[in-house]
Design a protein around this ligand. Structure first.
Ligand SMILES: CC/C=C/CC(=O)SCCNC(=O)CCNC(=O)[C@H](O)C(C)(C)COP(=O)(O)OP(=O)(O)OC[C@H]1O[C@@H](n2cnc3c(N)ncnc32)[C@H](O)[C@@H]1OP(=O)(O)O
Length: 719
């Protein structure tokens, strides 16, 4: 809806009304058309202000409506009618002007913004482009380079930057609508042609071809196969090279392709999935809207290795006071310096003053006594963690929440070492913890709903996308990674090279394939865990690590690589070779080829040609199958939880939605058939056997992803 009122006799005020973000639903668009007509027809009205209810201008098109048939007046004619108005129209921007919201403002003759407003064209993040003339107007207003930046990244700008770029005419910290009304009154009757952006020529650049060539290359490099950023460059190019009307036609054409693409569907699903994970629930029925989090102001981080340092930075940047504990004096000094540097760099990037006075460094636990919440981030070793939890239990005030940053150890076991297991939860951060957006909040059998609510809220305040998951080995993310990595190892045994496997998965859209990723994070990390699990241990009789363990196929290739001291980038050699220890550029290593040939010969494995399709199917479908298993067990509450974890923690390409969304797109029946096919070929790999939930979903006709929860409920109630 949009409401019309007349202010001071001669200014028509149009207020968009569609909480919470005044999205341009069919009713709002109809309201704008009607109220603009009214303003134009009423002779007393000499100028017009458009604003949004509740100090929010407009969050753009109603994304929910993209799923159905579009009804109501179309956006473009509405926007053109505003620009063509003979009475000046002023946009009073408070809160946000995003997507169609900013395009609406660009059709107005003047834009006045509150200092705290944020503006942007984020359509690209939804797999679209600004197709209500935004791709044609913005370059005409602010130039090609700046428009390309905003449109291809979708980033939001502050009012100050918008003023500097020329997107808005004036910024105020007063009541924006009052300022706009006064201004509208002052420009009544003034000529408007110079204010109609569609009439502007696109500002020329020195070498338009080179500029677009460079932009296209940059975008293709970072897009990982996403098509919207490429279409955005093409649309801006149309603005720079074609008359406005033809540019609009091109914009429409490009949008038509994007709108119906699976990528747009995936990205829009991902938008809502990110919000859905905030509405967490536990098997007990406790959930986000019924549980009050505990108040947290003072925090502590125990252990200042890479993870601990990142967590201290993230907590400090979120405004918490932090006691940073490291028992080794030398490590404490190094950590302090590294943390200060990270804070300075972060503050510089955000244009604020670094906040280090809120950190207390200590080599003892004493200052932790009065904190509200502790995050333990010591080495991934259960005995060490148990010891730390016992110390914390002795020193902390009653009611302190004890969180562990383990990437997969048993939360229940750790909780059992404290007198208050209900106050123990896992907070699994991803490295680097001050950068990566994902946080898995892991509840154990005894974790109280308040403890979970508190960790979830803390994550939100730290700017993380937090997902509540149940306790099991590896939780959701690392648990699903295991069958994926196993398949990658098996493929090496059967004839693939690390390059072939990585390339297939990187072409799919992962930033790095499993081997380049493992070189980056350190191959020895998994080796240590496998040794602790009793897997990477030579048989006393043969002296070799068995290739069958507990009745299942096991590949020791990663263990054998580690035995050679090849730990990845840090040692300059891993699955690839690097020019020096710590080097970043991975090059295929002839040594690896020889090693794999010898390994296959030793075990009587005849190498065969493996194509990228098999790599994708085996690695991804095994991972997806494990995802279904976590849903079946209730470790993950919903497919959105898994998808958010994979997009934000494991570089799953966002334009493919996440593993479970991808499974829905591929078709559950196909996934099940291919898994069965591979399981027949590899009966000693149980993770290739389709799990119950997948079978059940296929049996009832493969319902779409939003209906899976219902089946999961039925399945659990039958157990
Ligand atoms: C014809 C095609 C034309 C396309 C042009 C477009 O305009 S495409 C849409 C462009 N707009 C956007 O991409 C904005 C998307 N929204 C956001 O980035 C953020 O929601 C926000 C506006 C910055 C607000 O963030 P905040 O953290 O304050 O709140 P939430 O994100 O939790 O949002 C609150 C609820 O509002 C829902 N919502 C937000 N934007 C839209 C939208 N454009 N359409 C529909 N619904 C929207 C959001 O889903 C939240 O509701 P939940 O029920 O909690 O999910």
């Amino acid at each position: 809806m949009a409401q019309f009122s007349r202010v001071s006799g001669s200014v028509g005020l149009i207020t968009l009304q569609n909480p919470p973000v005044n999205a341009l639903s069919a009713a709002v668009r109809q309201g704008i058309v009607d109220t603009v007509n009214k303003a134009l027809q009423e002779p007393e009205v000499k100028s017009v202000v458009i604003c949004g209810q509740n100090k929010v201008f407009c969050g753009g098109a109603d994304i929910k409506s993209f799923r159905g048939v579009m009804t109501g007046p179309p956006l473009i004619p509405m926007i053109h009618a505003i620009e063509a108005s003979t009475k000046p129209v002023v946009a009073a921007i408070e809160g946000i002007a995003l997507g169609g919201g900013l395009e609406l403002a660009l059709a107005c003759h003047y834009r006045i913004s509150h200092t705290k407003a944020r503006l942007g064209l984020p359509e690209v993040t939804l797999g679209l482009l600004p197709a209500a003339a935004g791709s044609q107007r913005l370059p005409r207003l602010i130039g090609i380079t700046a428009a390309l930046d905003l449109i291809t990244t979708g980033r939001h700008v502050t009012a100050a930057e918008a003023l500097q770029l020329g997107i808005v005419d004036h910024v105020t910290d007063q009541n924006t609508v009052d300022v706009a009304l006064k201004f509208a009154s002052s420009v009544a009757g003034k000529p408007l042609d110079a204010r109609r952006i569609s009439l502007y020529p696109c500002p020329p650049s020195d070498d338009t071809d080179a500029l677009f060539e460079e932009a296209m290359q940059r975008v293709r490099r970072s897009a990982r196969g996403a098509i919207a950023p490429v279409a955005c460059v093409q649309a801006v190019r149309a603005a720079a090279t074609l008359p406005y009307a033809q540019g609009l036609e091109r914009e429409k054409e490009l949008m038509a392709t994007l709108f119906t693409s699976g990528q747009a569907r995936a990205l829009q699903y991902s938008f809502f999935a990110q919000r859905a994970v905030g509405r967490w629930s536990m098997p007990s029925g406790a959930q986000w809207d019924t549980v009050e989090p505990l108040p947290v102001q003072k925090t502590a981080v125990i252990g200042l290795g890479t993870m601990g340092r990142g967590i201290v930075v993230a907590l400090t940047q979120a405004g918490f006071s932090v006691v940073a504990v490291e028992t080794h004096e030398k490590q404490l000094t190094q950590a302090k310096q590294a943390i200060e540097e990270m804070l300075i760099r972060g503050a510089k990037r955000r244009g604020v003053t670094p906040e280090h006075d809120t950190i207390t460094y200590s080599h003892s636990m004493e200052p932790v006594a009065n904190v509200d919440l502790v995050i333990e981030a010591v080495f991934e070793d259960m005995v060490l963690k148990e010891k730390v939890f016992q110390q914390l239990s002795a020193v902390c005030k009653p009611g302190t929440l004890l969180c562990t940053n383990t990437s997969g150890l048993d939360i229940d076991h750790l909780a059992s070492k404290t007198p208050n297991p209900e106050l123990v939860v896992g907070m699994h951060f991803f490295a680097p913890a001050h950068v990566m957006k994902l946080l898995e909040v892991v509840y154990g059998r005894q974790s109280s709903p308040r403890a979970v609510a508190t960790a979830m809220q803390l994550g939100k305040k730290m700017g993380k996308v937090s997902v509540a998951v149940g306790n099991c080995l590896g939780f959701v993310g690392n648990r699903m990674l295991k069958p994926y990595m196993n398949q990658a190892f098996f493929l090496l045994e059967e004839g693939a090279s690390p390059e072939l496997v990585d390339q297939a998965l990187e072409e799919f859209g992962f930033i790095m394939g499993p081997f380049r990723m493992s070189d980056l994070s350190g191959i020895d990390v998994g080796w240590r865990i496998r040794k602790e699990e009793g897997l990477a241990v030579p048989d006393q009789r043969t002296g070799q690590i068995p290739r069958m363990q507990k009745g299942c196929r096991y590949s020791p290739v990663g263990d054998l690589i580690c035995e050679q001291g090849r730990f990845g980038q840090k040692t300059g050699q891993g699955w690839y070779r690097y020019d020096k220890p710590g080097g970043r550029v991975a090059r295929p290593d002839p040594w690896m080829q020889t090693f794999l040939n010898q390994y296959r010969a030793t075990h009587g494995l005849v190498p065969r040609r493996i194509d990228p399709k098999e790599v994708l199917e085996r690695c991804l479908y095994a991972l997806i199958n494990e995802g279904f298993q976590t849903l079946e067990e209730g470790i993950a509450a919903a497919p959105e939880d898994i998808d958010v974890i994979y997009v934000f923690g494991y570089s799953w390409p966002q334009h493919r939605g996440g593993p479970m969304f991808y499974a829905d797109m591929v078709g559950l029946e196909k996934i099940m058939d291919r898994l069965e096919h591979y399981h027949q070929a590899h009966p000693d790999v149980p993770s290739l056997q389709p799990c119950n939930l997948l079978r059940k979903l296929v049996a009832i006709g493969s319902p779409p992803i939003h209906k899976w929860s219902q089946v999961m409920k039925t399945l659990r109630s039958q157990l």
